[in-house]
Design a protein around this ligand. Structure first.
Ligand code: TRP
Length: 455
Protein backbone atom coordinates (compact mmCIF):
# COMPACT_ATOMS: atom_id res chain seq x y z
CA UNK A 1 0.00 0.00 0.00
CA UNK A 2 1.34 3.45 -0.72
CA UNK A 3 2.41 5.62 2.17
CA UNK A 4 -0.29 7.86 3.52
CA UNK A 5 -0.07 11.58 4.10
CA UNK A 6 -1.16 13.14 0.87
CA UNK A 7 -3.47 10.43 -0.34
CA UNK A 8 -1.11 8.55 -2.58
CA UNK A 9 -2.36 6.26 -5.30
CA UNK A 10 -1.40 3.04 -6.94
CA UNK A 11 0.52 3.28 -10.15
CA UNK A 12 -1.94 2.34 -12.83
CA UNK A 13 -4.12 -0.69 -13.20
CA UNK A 14 -1.45 -3.36 -12.97
CA UNK A 15 0.02 -1.82 -9.84
CA UNK A 16 -3.41 -1.80 -8.25
CA UNK A 17 -4.17 -5.40 -9.16
CA UNK A 18 -0.73 -6.54 -7.98
CA UNK A 19 -1.03 -4.71 -4.68
CA UNK A 20 -4.54 -5.99 -4.01
CA UNK A 21 -3.57 -9.55 -4.94
CA UNK A 22 -0.47 -9.36 -2.76
CA UNK A 23 -2.68 -8.50 0.19
CA UNK A 24 -5.08 -11.27 -0.76
CA UNK A 25 -2.57 -14.08 -1.27
CA UNK A 26 -1.19 -15.33 2.01
CA UNK A 27 -1.67 -17.99 4.61
CA UNK A 28 -5.37 -17.94 3.79
CA UNK A 29 -4.68 -19.57 0.45
CA UNK A 30 -1.74 -21.73 1.43
CA UNK A 31 -2.62 -22.89 4.91
CA UNK A 32 -6.32 -22.31 5.52
CA UNK A 33 -7.93 -23.29 2.23
CA UNK A 34 -6.42 -26.81 2.07
CA UNK A 35 -7.39 -27.81 5.60
CA UNK A 36 -10.88 -26.37 5.27
CA UNK A 37 -11.30 -28.32 2.03
CA UNK A 38 -10.21 -31.46 3.74
CA UNK A 39 -12.49 -30.74 6.71
CA UNK A 40 -15.57 -30.19 4.54
CA UNK A 41 -15.17 -33.32 2.44
CA UNK A 42 -12.94 -32.39 -0.52
CA UNK A 43 -14.42 -31.68 -3.96
CA UNK A 44 -17.78 -30.44 -2.72
CA UNK A 45 -16.11 -27.64 -0.75
CA UNK A 46 -13.99 -26.64 -3.75
CA UNK A 47 -17.13 -26.44 -5.89
CA UNK A 48 -19.13 -24.40 -3.37
CA UNK A 49 -16.11 -22.17 -2.81
CA UNK A 50 -15.65 -21.39 -6.50
CA UNK A 51 -19.35 -20.71 -7.08
CA UNK A 52 -19.59 -18.40 -4.06
CA UNK A 53 -16.29 -16.65 -4.79
CA UNK A 54 -17.46 -15.58 -8.24
CA UNK A 55 -20.87 -14.43 -7.03
CA UNK A 56 -20.66 -13.16 -3.46
CA UNK A 57 -16.90 -12.61 -3.35
CA UNK A 58 -16.61 -10.53 -6.51
CA UNK A 59 -19.69 -8.47 -5.66
CA UNK A 60 -18.59 -7.58 -2.17
CA UNK A 61 -15.06 -6.86 -3.32
CA UNK A 62 -16.36 -4.55 -6.03
CA UNK A 63 -18.69 -2.87 -3.55
CA UNK A 64 -15.87 -2.21 -1.08
CA UNK A 65 -13.42 -0.97 -3.68
CA UNK A 66 -15.88 1.43 -5.25
CA UNK A 67 -17.09 2.60 -1.84
CA UNK A 68 -13.51 3.40 -0.87
CA UNK A 69 -12.77 5.21 -4.12
CA UNK A 70 -15.99 7.19 -3.96
CA UNK A 71 -15.46 8.43 -0.42
CA UNK A 72 -11.68 8.62 -0.63
CA UNK A 73 -11.59 7.45 2.97
CA UNK A 74 -10.40 4.38 4.81
CA UNK A 75 -12.86 2.05 6.44
CA UNK A 76 -13.42 3.78 9.77
CA UNK A 77 -14.16 7.15 8.18
CA UNK A 78 -15.91 6.00 4.99
CA UNK A 79 -19.19 4.98 6.62
CA UNK A 80 -19.36 8.16 8.68
CA UNK A 81 -18.78 10.21 5.54
CA UNK A 82 -22.08 8.98 4.12
CA UNK A 83 -24.07 8.79 7.31
CA UNK A 84 -22.81 9.63 10.78
CA UNK A 85 -25.41 7.39 12.31
CA UNK A 86 -23.90 4.36 10.62
CA UNK A 87 -20.23 5.01 11.26
CA UNK A 88 -20.17 2.15 13.78
CA UNK A 89 -20.15 -0.40 10.97
CA UNK A 90 -16.67 0.85 10.13
CA UNK A 91 -15.53 0.44 13.72
CA UNK A 92 -16.92 -3.07 13.85
CA UNK A 93 -15.06 -4.01 10.67
CA UNK A 94 -11.87 -2.60 12.14
CA UNK A 95 -11.98 -5.12 14.98
CA UNK A 96 -11.39 -8.01 12.59
CA UNK A 97 -7.73 -7.36 11.73
CA UNK A 98 -7.08 -7.10 15.46
CA UNK A 99 -8.49 -10.57 15.96
CA UNK A 100 -6.69 -12.01 12.96
CA UNK A 101 -3.19 -10.59 13.20
CA UNK A 102 -2.29 -12.25 16.54
CA UNK A 103 -3.01 -15.75 15.33
CA UNK A 104 -1.57 -14.93 11.92
CA UNK A 105 1.72 -14.35 13.74
CA UNK A 106 1.37 -17.70 15.53
CA UNK A 107 0.98 -19.57 12.23
CA UNK A 108 3.77 -17.43 10.74
CA UNK A 109 5.88 -18.68 13.65
CA UNK A 110 5.11 -22.29 12.71
CA UNK A 111 6.27 -21.55 9.16
CA UNK A 112 9.47 -19.97 10.50
CA UNK A 113 10.10 -23.05 12.62
CA UNK A 114 9.57 -25.34 9.62
CA UNK A 115 11.98 -23.21 7.63
CA UNK A 116 14.55 -23.40 10.42
CA UNK A 117 14.25 -27.18 10.75
CA UNK A 118 14.37 -27.80 7.03
CA UNK A 119 17.44 -25.56 6.59
CA UNK A 120 19.04 -27.47 9.44
CA UNK A 121 18.49 -30.61 7.38
CA UNK A 122 15.78 -32.03 9.60
CA UNK A 123 13.02 -32.58 7.03
CA UNK A 124 12.96 -36.26 7.93
CA UNK A 125 12.30 -35.25 11.56
CA UNK A 126 9.38 -33.08 10.43
CA UNK A 127 8.01 -36.02 8.46
CA UNK A 128 8.62 -38.70 11.08
CA UNK A 129 5.78 -40.62 12.75
CA UNK A 130 3.22 -39.59 10.19
CA UNK A 131 3.51 -35.91 11.03
CA UNK A 132 3.35 -36.24 14.82
CA UNK A 133 6.00 -33.51 14.96
CA UNK A 134 3.49 -30.73 14.38
CA UNK A 135 1.21 -31.82 17.18
CA UNK A 136 4.10 -32.32 19.59
CA UNK A 137 5.47 -28.93 18.61
CA UNK A 138 2.31 -26.92 19.17
CA UNK A 139 1.52 -28.69 22.39
CA UNK A 140 5.01 -27.82 23.60
CA UNK A 141 6.43 -31.34 23.80
CA UNK A 142 9.20 -30.84 21.26
CA UNK A 143 12.10 -28.64 22.22
CA UNK A 144 10.79 -27.22 25.45
CA UNK A 145 13.75 -24.82 25.49
CA UNK A 146 14.95 -23.35 22.24
CA UNK A 147 12.43 -24.14 19.56
CA UNK A 148 9.16 -23.96 21.48
CA UNK A 149 6.09 -22.41 19.88
CA UNK A 150 6.31 -19.28 22.07
CA UNK A 151 9.76 -18.51 20.77
CA UNK A 152 8.75 -18.87 17.13
CA UNK A 153 5.66 -16.76 17.63
CA UNK A 154 7.89 -14.04 19.06
CA UNK A 155 10.40 -14.44 16.23
CA UNK A 156 7.71 -13.86 13.65
CA UNK A 157 6.17 -10.94 15.56
CA UNK A 158 9.55 -9.26 15.91
CA UNK A 159 10.24 -9.77 12.20
CA UNK A 160 6.91 -8.21 11.36
CA UNK A 161 7.42 -5.23 13.64
CA UNK A 162 11.00 -4.79 12.45
CA UNK A 163 9.75 -4.54 8.87
CA UNK A 164 7.32 -1.82 9.88
CA UNK A 165 9.80 0.12 12.03
CA UNK A 166 12.57 -0.08 9.48
CA UNK A 167 10.14 1.34 6.95
CA UNK A 168 11.05 -1.43 4.52
CA UNK A 169 7.41 -2.05 3.80
CA UNK A 170 7.65 -0.86 0.23
CA UNK A 171 10.85 -2.82 -0.17
CA UNK A 172 9.37 -6.11 0.92
CA UNK A 173 6.32 -5.46 -1.20
CA UNK A 174 8.54 -5.01 -4.24
CA UNK A 175 10.40 -8.14 -3.26
CA UNK A 176 7.15 -10.04 -2.93
CA UNK A 177 6.19 -9.10 -6.48
CA UNK A 178 9.14 -11.14 -7.65
CA UNK A 179 8.87 -13.87 -5.07
CA UNK A 180 5.15 -14.47 -5.42
CA UNK A 181 5.47 -15.75 -9.00
CA UNK A 182 8.47 -17.79 -7.85
CA UNK A 183 6.31 -19.39 -5.17
CA UNK A 184 3.68 -20.23 -7.77
CA UNK A 185 6.22 -21.85 -10.08
CA UNK A 186 7.55 -23.90 -7.20
CA UNK A 187 4.04 -24.98 -6.21
CA UNK A 188 3.33 -26.14 -9.76
CA UNK A 189 6.59 -28.11 -9.75
CA UNK A 190 5.89 -29.75 -6.39
CA UNK A 191 2.36 -30.62 -7.47
CA UNK A 192 3.60 -32.13 -10.74
CA UNK A 193 6.02 -34.31 -8.80
CA UNK A 194 3.29 -35.43 -6.41
CA UNK A 195 1.00 -36.43 -9.23
CA UNK A 196 3.66 -38.81 -10.45
CA UNK A 197 3.59 -40.73 -7.16
CA UNK A 198 1.59 -43.95 -7.51
CA UNK A 199 -1.74 -43.65 -5.73
CA UNK A 200 -1.91 -39.86 -5.99
CA UNK A 201 -4.86 -39.91 -8.35
CA UNK A 202 -7.25 -41.23 -5.72
CA UNK A 203 -6.44 -38.12 -3.74
CA UNK A 204 -6.99 -35.90 -6.77
CA UNK A 205 -10.39 -37.49 -7.29
CA UNK A 206 -11.22 -36.80 -3.64
CA UNK A 207 -10.12 -33.21 -4.14
CA UNK A 208 -11.88 -32.49 -7.39
CA UNK A 209 -14.87 -34.80 -7.55
CA UNK A 210 -17.74 -33.28 -5.57
CA UNK A 211 -19.55 -35.70 -3.31
CA UNK A 212 -22.99 -34.17 -2.94
CA UNK A 213 -23.64 -36.36 0.09
CA UNK A 214 -20.98 -34.43 2.02
CA UNK A 215 -22.88 -31.16 1.58
CA UNK A 216 -24.40 -29.56 4.67
CA UNK A 217 -25.45 -26.09 5.83
CA UNK A 218 -22.11 -25.38 7.42
CA UNK A 219 -20.28 -26.10 4.14
CA UNK A 220 -21.69 -22.83 2.83
CA UNK A 221 -20.74 -20.85 5.91
CA UNK A 222 -17.29 -22.46 5.83
CA UNK A 223 -16.83 -21.47 2.19
CA UNK A 224 -18.07 -17.92 2.68
CA UNK A 225 -15.82 -17.42 5.72
CA UNK A 226 -12.87 -18.69 3.73
CA UNK A 227 -13.66 -16.35 0.82
CA UNK A 228 -13.89 -13.31 3.10
CA UNK A 229 -10.66 -14.17 4.83
CA UNK A 230 -8.79 -15.02 1.66
CA UNK A 231 -9.95 -12.02 -0.37
CA UNK A 232 -9.46 -9.75 2.66
CA UNK A 233 -13.05 -8.48 2.45
CA UNK A 234 -15.68 -7.72 5.09
CA UNK A 235 -13.01 -6.14 7.26
CA UNK A 236 -12.60 -2.75 5.66
CA UNK A 237 -9.29 -3.46 3.94
CA UNK A 238 -10.65 -3.31 0.42
CA UNK A 239 -12.33 0.02 1.23
CA UNK A 240 -8.96 1.46 2.15
CA UNK A 241 -7.40 -0.02 -0.98
CA UNK A 242 -10.18 1.46 -3.07
CA UNK A 243 -9.46 4.88 -1.64
CA UNK A 244 -5.94 4.68 -3.07
CA UNK A 245 -7.16 3.76 -6.54
CA UNK A 246 -7.05 6.14 -9.46
CA UNK A 247 -10.26 7.10 -11.22
CA UNK A 248 -9.30 5.49 -14.52
CA UNK A 249 -8.93 1.97 -13.13
CA UNK A 250 -11.71 -0.35 -14.30
CA UNK A 251 -12.98 -1.56 -10.94
CA UNK A 252 -15.36 -4.19 -12.26
CA UNK A 253 -12.65 -5.93 -14.21
CA UNK A 254 -10.10 -5.55 -11.42
CA UNK A 255 -12.40 -7.14 -8.84
CA UNK A 256 -12.81 -10.10 -11.20
CA UNK A 257 -9.10 -10.42 -11.84
CA UNK A 258 -8.18 -10.29 -8.15
CA UNK A 259 -10.79 -12.93 -7.33
CA UNK A 260 -9.46 -15.11 -10.14
CA UNK A 261 -5.84 -14.83 -8.99
CA UNK A 262 -6.70 -15.42 -5.36
CA UNK A 263 -8.95 -18.42 -6.01
CA UNK A 264 -6.42 -19.79 -8.50
CA UNK A 265 -3.67 -19.76 -5.89
CA UNK A 266 -5.99 -21.34 -3.31
CA UNK A 267 -7.09 -24.13 -5.65
CA UNK A 268 -3.47 -24.81 -6.60
CA UNK A 269 -2.42 -24.91 -2.93
CA UNK A 270 -5.27 -27.35 -2.34
CA UNK A 271 -4.09 -29.52 -5.22
CA UNK A 272 -0.61 -29.51 -3.73
CA UNK A 273 -1.70 -30.46 -0.22
CA UNK A 274 -5.09 -32.20 -0.10
CA UNK A 275 -4.40 -35.24 -2.34
CA UNK A 276 -1.12 -35.90 -0.53
CA UNK A 277 -2.84 -35.60 2.83
CA UNK A 278 -5.50 -38.02 1.57
CA UNK A 279 -2.82 -40.42 0.35
CA UNK A 280 -0.99 -40.40 3.69
CA UNK A 281 -4.25 -40.81 5.57
CA UNK A 282 -4.32 -37.45 7.36
CA UNK A 283 -7.96 -36.76 6.61
CA UNK A 284 -9.30 -33.83 8.56
CA UNK A 285 -8.34 -35.14 11.96
CA UNK A 286 -5.54 -32.67 12.59
CA UNK A 287 -7.15 -29.74 10.82
CA UNK A 288 -4.86 -26.79 11.03
CA UNK A 289 -1.69 -28.85 10.88
CA UNK A 290 -2.38 -30.26 7.44
CA UNK A 291 0.16 -28.17 5.55
CA UNK A 292 2.84 -28.84 8.18
CA UNK A 293 2.26 -32.58 8.30
CA UNK A 294 1.59 -33.47 4.70
CA UNK A 295 4.28 -31.56 2.81
CA UNK A 296 7.34 -32.83 4.71
CA UNK A 297 6.24 -36.33 3.61
CA UNK A 298 6.67 -35.17 0.03
CA UNK A 299 9.96 -33.33 0.51
CA UNK A 300 11.50 -36.40 2.15
CA UNK A 301 10.95 -38.55 -0.90
CA UNK A 302 11.39 -35.90 -3.57
CA UNK A 303 14.69 -35.71 -5.45
CA UNK A 304 16.23 -32.41 -4.35
CA UNK A 305 13.66 -32.16 -1.54
CA UNK A 306 16.41 -31.07 0.85
CA UNK A 307 16.69 -27.83 -1.11
CA UNK A 308 13.19 -27.45 -2.46
CA UNK A 309 11.69 -27.82 1.04
CA UNK A 310 13.58 -24.91 2.62
CA UNK A 311 13.04 -22.70 -0.43
CA UNK A 312 9.33 -23.43 -0.28
CA UNK A 313 9.07 -22.56 3.42
CA UNK A 314 11.10 -19.41 2.86
CA UNK A 315 8.71 -18.20 0.16
CA UNK A 316 5.68 -19.05 2.29
CA UNK A 317 7.27 -17.16 5.17
CA UNK A 318 7.67 -14.07 3.02
CA UNK A 319 4.09 -14.29 1.76
CA UNK A 320 2.92 -14.56 5.37
CA UNK A 321 5.14 -11.67 6.40
CA UNK A 322 3.77 -9.26 3.80
CA UNK A 323 0.22 -10.09 4.89
CA UNK A 324 1.07 -9.78 8.57
CA UNK A 325 2.73 -6.41 7.97
CA UNK A 326 -0.39 -5.13 6.17
CA UNK A 327 -2.63 -6.46 8.91
CA UNK A 328 -0.55 -4.87 11.66
CA UNK A 329 -0.45 -1.59 9.72
CA UNK A 330 -4.22 -1.71 9.43
CA UNK A 331 -4.59 -2.10 13.18
CA UNK A 332 -2.20 0.79 13.73
CA UNK A 333 -4.13 3.02 11.36
CA UNK A 334 -7.38 2.21 13.16
CA UNK A 335 -5.85 3.64 16.32
CA UNK A 336 -4.43 6.69 14.56
CA UNK A 337 -7.43 7.47 12.30
CA UNK A 338 -10.21 6.15 14.48
CA UNK A 339 -9.03 6.99 17.99
CA UNK A 340 -6.76 9.93 17.20
CA UNK A 341 -3.76 8.30 18.87
CA UNK A 342 -0.19 9.11 17.83
CA UNK A 343 1.75 6.70 15.65
CA UNK A 344 4.03 5.42 18.43
CA UNK A 345 1.18 4.79 20.83
CA UNK A 346 -0.84 3.14 18.08
CA UNK A 347 1.98 0.79 17.28
CA UNK A 348 2.44 -0.09 20.92
CA UNK A 349 -1.27 -0.82 21.20
CA UNK A 350 -1.04 -3.11 18.17
CA UNK A 351 1.96 -4.95 19.62
CA UNK A 352 0.15 -5.35 22.92
CA UNK A 353 -2.85 -6.89 21.19
CA UNK A 354 -0.66 -9.24 19.17
CA UNK A 355 1.25 -10.37 22.25
CA UNK A 356 -1.80 -10.89 24.48
CA UNK A 357 -4.07 -12.65 22.02
CA UNK A 358 -1.16 -14.43 20.31
CA UNK A 359 0.08 -15.87 23.60
CA UNK A 360 -3.44 -17.04 24.37
CA UNK A 361 -3.35 -18.93 21.04
CA UNK A 362 0.06 -20.46 21.74
CA UNK A 363 -0.87 -21.50 25.27
CA UNK A 364 -4.31 -22.61 24.12
CA UNK A 365 -2.66 -25.79 22.86
CA UNK A 366 -1.26 -26.44 26.33
CA UNK A 367 -1.88 -24.87 29.74
CA UNK A 368 -4.59 -22.41 28.62
CA UNK A 369 -6.68 -25.02 26.82
CA UNK A 370 -10.30 -24.22 26.05
CA UNK A 371 -12.70 -26.68 24.61
CA UNK A 372 -15.90 -24.99 23.61
CA UNK A 373 -17.69 -25.64 20.30
CA UNK A 374 -16.35 -22.35 18.92
CA UNK A 375 -12.75 -23.44 19.34
CA UNK A 376 -13.13 -26.12 16.64
CA UNK A 377 -10.65 -28.29 18.49
CA UNK A 378 -7.92 -25.65 18.21
CA UNK A 379 -8.16 -23.79 21.50
CA UNK A 380 -8.04 -20.01 21.48
CA UNK A 381 -6.72 -19.96 17.94
CA UNK A 382 -9.90 -21.67 16.85
CA UNK A 383 -12.01 -19.30 18.94
CA UNK A 384 -10.52 -16.20 17.29
CA UNK A 385 -10.71 -17.79 13.87
CA UNK A 386 -14.39 -18.73 14.24
CA UNK A 387 -15.30 -15.43 15.87
CA UNK A 388 -13.65 -13.35 13.14
CA UNK A 389 -14.38 -15.38 10.03
CA UNK A 390 -17.61 -17.24 10.68
CA UNK A 391 -19.43 -14.75 12.88
CA UNK A 392 -18.20 -11.17 12.61
CA UNK A 393 -17.31 -11.13 8.92
CA UNK A 394 -20.68 -12.43 7.70
CA UNK A 395 -22.41 -9.98 10.05
CA UNK A 396 -20.35 -7.09 8.68
CA UNK A 397 -20.96 -8.20 5.10
CA UNK A 398 -24.72 -8.23 5.76
CA UNK A 399 -24.63 -4.79 7.38
CA UNK A 400 -22.55 -3.44 4.54
CA UNK A 401 -24.96 -4.74 1.89
CA UNK A 402 -27.89 -3.20 3.74
CA UNK A 403 -26.00 0.05 4.15
CA UNK A 404 -25.12 0.25 0.47
CA UNK A 405 -28.50 -0.98 -0.72
CA UNK A 406 -30.70 1.17 1.49
CA UNK A 407 -28.71 4.02 3.04
CA UNK A 408 -26.07 5.06 0.51
CA UNK A 409 -28.11 3.52 -2.36
CA UNK A 410 -26.54 1.42 -5.12
CA UNK A 411 -26.30 4.45 -7.48
CA UNK A 412 -23.69 5.86 -5.14
CA UNK A 413 -21.34 3.06 -6.17
CA UNK A 414 -22.64 2.55 -9.70
CA UNK A 415 -21.78 6.12 -10.62
CA UNK A 416 -18.30 5.59 -9.25
CA UNK A 417 -17.78 2.36 -11.18
CA UNK A 418 -19.04 4.02 -14.37
CA UNK A 419 -16.44 6.77 -14.18
CA UNK A 420 -13.88 4.43 -15.63
CA UNK A 421 -15.91 2.03 -17.77
CA UNK A 422 -19.30 0.74 -18.75
CA UNK A 423 -20.70 -1.28 -15.83
CA UNK A 424 -21.73 -4.47 -17.58
CA UNK A 425 -23.19 -6.34 -14.65
CA UNK A 426 -24.93 -3.36 -13.10
CA UNK A 427 -28.34 -5.01 -12.77
CA UNK A 428 -26.87 -8.20 -11.32
CA UNK A 429 -24.78 -6.16 -8.90
CA UNK A 430 -27.81 -4.25 -7.67
CA UNK A 431 -29.91 -7.37 -7.13
CA UNK A 432 -27.02 -9.11 -5.41
CA UNK A 433 -26.27 -6.27 -3.00
CA UNK A 434 -29.87 -5.37 -2.21
CA UNK A 435 -31.48 -8.78 -1.97
CA UNK A 436 -29.46 -11.91 -2.67
CA UNK A 437 -26.39 -11.25 -0.53
CA UNK A 438 -28.12 -10.05 2.64
CA UNK A 439 -30.80 -12.76 2.55
CA UNK A 440 -28.55 -15.69 1.68
CA UNK A 441 -25.77 -14.56 4.01
CA UNK A 442 -28.26 -14.38 6.87
CA UNK A 443 -29.52 -17.87 6.09
CA UNK A 444 -25.97 -19.20 5.89
CA UNK A 445 -25.07 -17.56 9.15
CA UNK A 446 -28.09 -18.90 11.02
CA UNK A 447 -28.04 -22.44 9.67
CA UNK A 448 -24.27 -22.66 9.36
CA UNK A 449 -23.72 -21.68 12.96
CA UNK A 450 -26.26 -24.30 13.95
CA UNK A 451 -23.97 -26.84 12.27
CA UNK A 452 -20.79 -25.38 13.73
CA UNK A 453 -22.08 -25.29 17.27
CA UNK A 454 -24.29 -28.31 17.11
CA UNK A 455 -21.83 -30.59 15.33
N1 TRP B 1 -6.06 -12.52 2.74
C1 TRP B 1 -4.92 -12.83 3.51
C2 TRP B 1 -4.56 -14.30 3.31
O1 TRP B 1 -5.14 -14.96 2.51
C3 TRP B 1 -5.12 -12.60 4.97
C4 TRP B 1 -5.61 -11.26 5.28
C5 TRP B 1 -6.78 -11.01 5.84
C6 TRP B 1 -4.97 -10.03 5.03
N2 TRP B 1 -6.91 -9.67 5.97
C7 TRP B 1 -5.82 -9.04 5.48
C8 TRP B 1 -3.76 -9.67 4.47
C9 TRP B 1 -5.49 -7.71 5.39
C10 TRP B 1 -3.42 -8.33 4.38
C11 TRP B 1 -4.29 -7.35 4.82
O2 TRP B 1 -3.71 -14.79 3.96
Amino acid sequence: MPETGERASFNGKLGFIMATSASAVGLGNLWRFPYETSHYGGGIFVLVYIVLAFTFGVCLLLAELSFGRRTGKSCVAAFGEVSRKHRHIGYLAAVIPMLIVPYYCVIGGWVAKWLFESVAGNISGLAADGGAYWFDFISGETGAGFGGPTLWFLVFTVLCMACILAGVKNGIEKLSKVLMPALLVLMVGITAYELSIPGAWDGVVYYLNPDIGALSADTFLGAVSQIFYSLSIAMGIAITYGSYTKKDVNLEQSAGTVTLIDSGVAVLAGLMIVPVAFMFGFGDSNGMGLMFEALPQVFVSMPGGGIIGPVFYLLVLLAALTSAVSLAETCTSVFTDGAGMGRRKSMLATVAIILCLGMACVLGFGPLAVDIPMSQGAGWLGVFDTLANSILMPVIAILMCLFIGYVAKPEFLEEEIEISSRFRLKRVFRVMIMYVCPVLLTLMLVFGLGGVFGG
